[in-house]
Design a protein around this ligand. Sequence first.
Ligand SMILES: [Fe+2]
Length: 232
Amino acid sequence: MILITGDIHGNKDISKLDNKLNPVYKEMTKKDYIIICGDFGLVWDNGGEDKWWRKWLDSKPFTTLFIDGNHENFDLLYEFPEEEWHGGKVHRISDSILHLMRGQVFDIQGKTFFTMGGAESHDKEYRTVGRSLWLQELPSDVEYSQALANLEKCGYKVDYVIFHCAPTDIQNEIAEVKQNHTYSENRLTEFFSEIRPKLEYKRWFCGHYHRNYVSSIDPDFEILYSRMITLP
Ligand SMILES: [Fe+2]
């Protein structure tokens, strides 16, 4: 079983992962997965709270996979050991918590997933670099070229796309729906806009916008927040 949901922001929005709340969890084991579309936030300072909640996740009947959002401590995240896992690269945070790195294609339970975390913070003026804002929130040249190389390898065909932010046109659509919100386009949203017409996919999921929403531009494009999707 593979489930996908939106941001958890440390323990702030983690209750959706509480197995007491969802009957489907009763059928899950560590061979099943919940994927979080960024803003994991439990690699924040490696303090007691991070560790307590990571242990809590480890005690649950599923394996936690996450892509990075913008609200992550990237300096700490990149210190965790890197390994090959199901065809792509991950950081191993614990026995059953893995960070799916950027520009990777994973084969999980016979389905392929293209992952690319990161987004631009829209509250940068209230944040401090190295304490609450990290410049790695947007991908590096190496990560972009790795993404392109891996897309070439799979012939631009995957089952699922897992990103934190959306392509520019869909991001503009969300800004309109949310009203009084502006999201700036950047190299990452433009990169997603460029690859979307070339990419064959069944469903495309992202987080970041703190809303559950299906795009009217593309009905296969879904933004997740509290909603939990069970893949067929
Ligand atoms: Fe978020």
